[in-house]
Design a protein around this ligand. Structure first.
Ligand SMILES: Cc1cc2nc3c(=O)[nH]c(=O)nc-3n(C[C@H](O)[C@H](O)[C@H](O)COP(=O)(O)O)c2cc1C
Length: 265
């Protein structure tokens, strides 16, 4: 009996020590994990900005990227402090989308991205060149097959030509939906036109391969082989975020502003 109790005591002791160790490691590493996630997003932004991350991505970010917070429904820029969002670098889309004061539901007919709610405010990132802003990078997200894909879509200064796309978080299957990370597929987006002459979102990810001999090819990107559902998710999330319930009204405001003598940047 004594032996059994002793064994139990040892097992209990070892489990206690192990669980304490794991818990404290998780707590101690939390800050580092958050920093790494932030750096990863910064690397994606710099990549889309065509700026080398170098030794110090944070410094490159601070030098070349200018974040603005946008009130999507008002189609205007807001001071993050005025709504209690001091540091835009710490902006968490998923946390803000859960906050009833900072987000709003999306009506079913409009919810192409299948995200149900969205932040009222989103950060956007201007890329600073020698002669003003060169690109605008927009955070985008929406459902794929297994997961919500979070990424960025970069537009050239005309706010219509795609400069690039990059997803920093998803759980699609490597080799299938995970091919959203394939540089060859991402390169297909460059130079595509997102809108038609009337300003409607016409960019689409097609099933299969784009027929380059047709005029609409300028708006089309090849689908991912064997990953029709992820492909459809990406197609829809891009069209949602560029559309009237996403950045559409803000982009329209910016285009008008660029057309006047003031411009931006
Ligand atoms: C293990 C496994 C993982 C899969 N992962 C993905 C995925 O990440 N994205 C996707 O669109 N389809 C994925 N599929 C395939 C889908 O189940 C579905 O068959 C496919 O998207 C439909 O494409 P099709 O219309 O070209 O057949 C996966 C299938 C299996 C069996």
């Amino acid at each position: 009996m004594h032996q059994v109790l002793k064994t139990f005591a040892v097992v209990l002791g070892v489990s206690l020590i192990c669980s304490l160790w794991v818990t404290s490691a998780a707590v101690l590493l939390k800050d580092r994990q958050e920093l790494n996630l932030r750096l990863d997003k910064i690397r994606h932004l710099l990549d889309l900005a065509a700026i080398p991350a170098g030794e110090d991505p944070l410094r490159a970010y601070q030098t070349y990227i200018e974040p603005w917070l946008v009130d999507l429904d008002q189609a205007q820029v807001v001071d993050p402090k005025s709504i209690g969002l001091g540091d835009l670098a710490a902006f968490s889309i998923s946390a803000v989308a859960r906050d009833p004061d900072l987000s709003r539901p999306i009506s079913k007919e409009l919810d192409l991205a299948a995200i149900r709610r969205r932040p009222k405010y989103m950060p956007v990132y201007w890329v600073k060149g020698e002669r003003g802003f060169t690109r605008l990078i927009l955070p985008v997200y929406g459902r794929g097959l297994w997961s919500t894909l979070y990424g960025y879509l970069a537009l050239e200064r005309d706010l219509a030509t795609v400069a690039g796309i990059s997803f920093y978080d998803h759980r699609e299957t490597p080799g299938l939906g995970g091919e959203v990370d394939n540089p060859r597929w991402k390169a297909l987006w460059r130079g595509k036109q997102a809108f038609d002459a009337q300003g409607q979102v016409v960019i689409e990810v097609v099933k299969g391969v784009v027929d380059l001999s047709r005029p609409q090819a300028i708006h089309q990107v090849d689908g991912l082989t064997g990953a029709t559902l992820t492909t459809r998710g990406v197609d829809r999330l891009i069209r949602y975020w560029l559309g009237p319930d996403g950045y559409g009204p803000f982009l329209e405001t910016l285009r008008k502003r660029i057309a006047t003598e003031h411009g931006v940047g």
